[in-house]
Design a protein around this ligand. Structure first.
Ligand code: HEC
Length: 744
């Protein structure tokens, strides 16, 4: 009987059509599988929005800042609150239903929800301390039949020793599709971080159903875009941001981040698919449908993180279902959702070369011809902030920026400072997108915050022993450039053997301390160690003839760097690069690692003039920006007479878009605002008890439409994040609604 049924079903070849997302509900992170933040409820509209008032508040109960996007199923809301507890609340009153206490390590941005077809089995799905877990949505009890005693170890199944994996769990929840939970990961961004495989687990059993290697293994598509062994040691290339689903078509869209190490890629020469991609996979099988790489061989940490957005637009006279991906670079990339064909041409343009030894920056990068970028993509000394800075600071920044290598968005990092705009923390980020899907309108919260890069041999985390024997220090830290025994390297850096005859100690010491030209400084080599090095090089050091061939190595011209530096390749099995784990035995990998931790972000996010953050509306029917307004106002700049500044560090503020033409957005200045979808004009604003970060939610319960806002971060008058803790602040979730109409 059963068999006959299956035969019949497969003969009929019924299309597997899932129900369309119900936009009147907010049952999952970001509003639901499409991540649209769109709500089709019409009680609150432009004419009554100003009457919104607080319906209830639920205190988070401690002074922690919760960025948690509440989800609402039927009349129950799930939030994260006091002491990392998951709490079920009555969505109409804010009264507690159950509390599952003490879940530190649970994803901070939200959780996923699954229910069986008969709705008898309902589960909250989340990752915690690098395990996947579930809680019964009705009782608040852990589900122990899931995985092994309720746990699925996310460190397993990545093709690396689980014991070597420090972290893997994403902070963003996964996405449920049918009986699967789709997961990305946060791998860390170090040399030899774990790989960012995309994975799907069965929600009942916890069994791994599919996994997609974002760093392809031998034989897989894209394998050729990496060195042959990279799949064994390269990491990252992960989705730590938001996953979007086209449920009807069964397509999962994953935005992927940089490969590691983020800023120096000599051990990952190549285009590095599927890093920095919008990746469309069959949600049931994990098979690749199409991809688009937005940054080839990333050297800037231009992770794609914001949710891919799904809309239907009128394009060349036809309705087209599109997916739009925003980026840290400030570009919006728009594709046919099914074929991956860009709606407007995306051109490969030549970009700046790397001057780093061993580095091969990709010669071209993709530039969308439309729609226009949503953030500033250039910076010069003229853009230095006319406010807030002292005249000395301003002059200092102008000089410093004028002296940086600054050849546009894709200027590769080097041993001297380079700058990029809108910066690795600029553009869009998680939480920042929303759409009105049928109108073809897309909204982004974006910020401009230039990034300064500078590479050095110093691992900021590494502990170098400056008291060690001079020969060992020399071998570990100087030799790759200056040659064994200080003999020099041909056309490269000068020979150091016998340096005492040419260079006084003071000058030697200051070169070593501060660096010179393409040579990095070694600030941690102290006076005594420098002295020992100087003596060793002046007297003892000469190259033994027998090692000469090993020393010379190829001189890499590295994109025309003056003199070029020596970088050696070789079997790294016997060699542990400074400050990090060794490559797997037999890999052909560089011997030198460069790092940056140094001035990655200017310590002053306000180095550039306003606006620092904005809300942008795109009309994707025409591929144009419909409006752009500053988001927030910095108090200090305003006191100096500035207008429309936007706030500093104003990312991660999710918007809600309603079918009645409203946009809601809350900020760290402790205010929630409603804007007109057509113009960006503010129609209403109200104060919150605390600052807000993360994504609010909107839903209906008992015939009333509610807006619930997480408000538990410190208040910053400008609207950015950096407010001082305030003990008097009553942090919590605040629900707004229209006043009740008295019953007649
Ligand atoms: C990444 C390559 C690199 C490393 C590593 C390096 N140097 Fe250099 N070094 C250079 C280059 C290039 C120059 C030439 C700089 C210039 O004049 O522009 C140089 C110059 C020098 C000079 C000046 C020589 C002269 O004739 O005036 C000294 C001294 C020196 N290095 C010492 C050291 C010591 C000691 C170490 C290890 C602690 C070291 N360097 C590590 C690349 C390097």
């Amino acid at each position: 009987m059963r068999r006959a049924f299956w035969v019949l079903a497969s003969c009929m070849a019924l299309p597997l059509v899932a129900a369309e997302q119900d936009h009147r509900k907010w049952m999952d992170y970001g509003g639901g599988p499409d991540s649209s933040h769109f709500v089709a409820l019409d009680q609150i509209n432009k004419s009554n929005v100003s009457q919104l008032q607080v319906a209830w508040t639920y205190p988070t109960g401690d002074d922690h800042a919760y960025l948690f996007n509440p989800i609402i199923v039927d009349d129950v809301m799930y939030v994260l609150a006091k002491n990392s507890s998951l709490v079920a609340l009555n969505a109409a009153t804010g009264k507690e239903i159950w509390i599952h206490a003490n879940l530190p390590g649970l994803t901070t941005r939200g959780i996923a929800y699954w229910e069986s077809k008969d709705r008898k089995d309902r589960r909250l799905i989340f990752t915690m301390n690098h395990y996947l877990e579930e809680i019964d949505a009705r009782t608040g009890q852990s589900i122990l039949t899931f995985g092994k005693q309720g746990l699925v170890n996310l460190r397993e199944g990545l093709g690396r020793d689980p014991k070597t994996i420090n972290r893997i769990q994403p902070d963003t929840p996964g996405r449920v599709f049918e009986d699967l939970i789709l997961l990305g990961s946060a791998t860390g961004e170090a040399y030899l971080s774990p790989p960012g495989d995309l994975r799907a687990y069965n929600v009942m059993t916890g069994k791994l159903v599919w996994s997609f290697h974002t760093i392809p293994h031998p034989g897989e598509f894209g394998y050729q875009t990496w060195p042959k062994d990279a799949w064994k040691y390269s990491g990252g290339t992960n989705t730590w941001g938001e996953i979007t689903l086209d449920e009807k078509r069964g397509i999962a869209y994953f935005p992927t981040g940089s490969p590691t190490y983020d800023y120096y890629g000599a051990d990952r020469v190549g285009m590095n698919l599927f890093a920095n991609c919008l990746l469309a996979l069959d949600a049931r099988t994990g098979k690749r449908l199409w991809h688009f790489q937005m940054v080839h061989h990333d050297l800037w940490d231009y992770d794609a993180t914001a949710a891919p957005q799904l809309l239907t637009v009128r394009h060349e006279g036809k309705l087209v279902d599109v997916v739009a991906q925003s980026s840290k670079q400030g570009f919006l990339y728009v594709f046919d959702r099914v074929t991956g064909k860009p709606l407007w041409p995306i051109e490969e343009r030549r970009v700046a070369k790397s001057l780093m030894p061993g580095e091969q920056a990709w010669p071209t990068q993709p530039f969308p011809t439309a729609p226009p970028p949503f953030a500033r993509q250039k910076i010069s000394a003229a853009d230095v902030n006319p406010y807030i800075l002292t005249p000395e600071e301003r002059a200092g920044w102008k000089d410093r920026i004028a002296g940086m290598r600054n050849e546009g968005l894709f200027t590769p990092p080097g041993m001297s400072e380079t700058i990029s705009m809108p910066g690795a923390r600029g553009g869009s980020n998680w939480g920042s997108g929303a759409v009105n899907p049928s109108k073809g309108l897309l909204y982004l919260n974006t910020q401009d915050w230039p990034t300064i890069y500078k590479l050095s041999l110093e691992d900021p985390l590494g502990k170098q022993n400056s008291g060690a024997d001079a020969k060992a220090v020399y071998a570990a830290r100087c030799q790759t450039c200056h040659g064994v025994g200080g003999v020099g390297s041909g056309s490269g850096p000068p020979a150091l053997a016998g340096i005492g005859k040419r260079v006084p100690f003071d000058s030697f010491r200051s070169t070593v301390h501060s660096g010179r030209g393409e040579m990095p400084g070694f600030a941690d080599v102290d006076e005594a160690a420098a002295k020992r090095l100087y003596e060793y090089l002046s007297d003892g050091a000469t190259a033994p003839a027998s090692v000469k061939s090993e020393v010379a190595g190829p001189v890499v011209a590295s994109g025309g760097a003056p003199g070029g530096l020596v970088i050696q390749e070789g079997n790294a099995a016997d060699y542990t690069p400074l400050g990090g784990p060794a490559y797997p035995k037999g890999s052909k990998t560089p011997r030198v690692r460069y790092y940056t931790n140094w001035g990655l972000y200017p310590d002053q996010p306000f180095v550039v003039g306003p606006p620092w953050s904005s809300i942008v509306a795109y009309d994707l029917n025409s591929g144009t920006i419909k409006w752009k307004v500053p988001f927030g106002q910095d108090a200090q700049a305003a006191a100096e007479g500035a207008h429309d500044t936007g706030a500093f560090m104003a990312e991660h503020h999710g918007m809600i878009v309603t079918s009645t033409g409203l946009i809601f957005i809350a900020a760290s200045d402790g205010r929630i605002r409603a804007l007109d979808e057509e113009t960006g004009q503010m129609l209403w604003s109200a104060s919150l008890p605390a600052g807000s970060e993360g994504i609010p939610a909107m839903y209906e319960s008992g015939g009333r439409q509610y807006l619930v806002v997480p408000a538990s971060s410190n208040i910053s008058p400008g609207g950015g994040h950096a407010g001082a803790p305030r003990p008097d602040v009553h942090r919590g979730y605040v629900a707004f609604a229209l006043p009740r109409v008295p019953a007649k």
